[in-house]
Design a protein around this ligand. Sequence first.
Ligand code: ASP
Length: 348
Amino acid sequence: MRNPFDKSSVLLIYTGGTIGMKEDPKTQALSPFDFSQILQEVPELRKFSSRVDSYTFDPLIDSSDVEPSMWVQLARLIRDRYDDYSGFIVLHGTDTMAYSAAALSFMLDHLRKPVIFTGSQLPIGSLRTDGRENLISAVEIATARDLRGNALVPEVCIYFNSQLLRGNRACKVNSSSFDAFRSPNWPTLAEAGISIRYHEHAIHYPAVLERGLAIKTALDTRVAILKIHPGITAQVARNVLLGEGIRAVILETYGSGNAISKPWFTDIVKEASGSGKILLNITQCLAGEVNMDLYSTGKALAESGVISGGDMTTEGALGKLFVLMGEYADNEKVKTLLRKNLKGEMTK
Ligand code: ASP
């Protein structure tokens, strides 16, 4: 095992995404290229006193193709190399970065080292790329330790456009700006300006006596997401809420957790809940929380057995469900744990 006062080191795990893509001269479409070229594009990485090693996934993917099996691969890789590095950086496409970071936050238990997801909106080879700064600052954060040798940010995070966000609180909010991610319900963990300012009050530090890293790799993906909208039909609601092979449904509701109060809808919800399904209420709003006591339209859901997702993001809720359902066959146990703040994903 490493001595914490050894020279710091970071493992760059390259999974794909725009950061490492190149334009195909024939089709002009972007597709991934090999990792050695990233290092060529960022020679500054060699200036760090820390050792920077790399690991490349095969195949490299556009993150729209990410699958939970890749999260399992990531978790295993981090576990296997955990003692060799002070921190880990996952280079990942931005489209599903928030899903992957959220899932990993629930899959890695007793984490004491930073796992930082980053990427870019422009390929690293392009002149105005945001990838260089994202990568360099992510390395600095991944290797930052206090005087005792403990990591300054022992969490799964996303670093993007000068901001470090908790992985299970982040969402992609802009497809064309460098300022692509937000953490609407939790403060930034750090901000990079002239220096990197860490917001200790927002960072989760594990208890001193916590055990070594453990990973959870049994993921149950039988989850559907139903976004409530005006004009939604009973057939659509029925197909999703009562659909075969669906163990849990995330209901994306209006405002503070409200949905249609008409009996045709609440009857379907009651039937689904009565059959034992896990129904979780997440607001469609970018910020704020579900409070089903505020309006009768929300109360009707609570009375039908729907659980409040508080101020969780959909991405956070999905990862939490996959991991909890993979761990427990009993839906009641999953429901109990869904109400608890497990990894800083919800405020209450
Ligand atoms: N489609 C790309 C991906 O998610 C977009 C990006 O990396 O920014 O892999």
